[in-house]
Design a binder for this molecule. Structure first.
Ligand code: F3S
Length: 75
């Protein structure tokens, strides 16, 4: 599994992550990025997704302020 974390202190709400990886990320009406409910843990900034969801790494790479972190975790 992959652990996903969005740093709200850094995020400027550009939306690139949700454009690149719409399966995992969505923008709220207030312009805040959320991990989609089906992958969410604890709160909207944290999630756990299957390893095969490789687009999440593209989203991590594309964030202009380096607000997304993805870590591999043994399941
Ligand atoms: Fe925020 Fe970066 Fe996504 S700025 S909306 S986490 S691409």
């Amino acid at each position: 599994m992959l652990k996903v974390f969005v740093d709200r202190e850094k995020c400027i709400g550009c939306g690139m992550c949700s454009t690149i990886c719409l399966e995992i990320f969505e923008m709220s009406p207030a312009g805040e990025v959320h991990v989609k409910e089906e992958y969410r843990e604890e709160d909207t900034s944290k999630g756990e997704v299957p390893n095969k969801r490789v687009r999440v790494f593209d989203a991590e790479d594309s964030c202009p302020v380096d607000a997304i972190k993805v870590k591999t975790q043994k399941s």
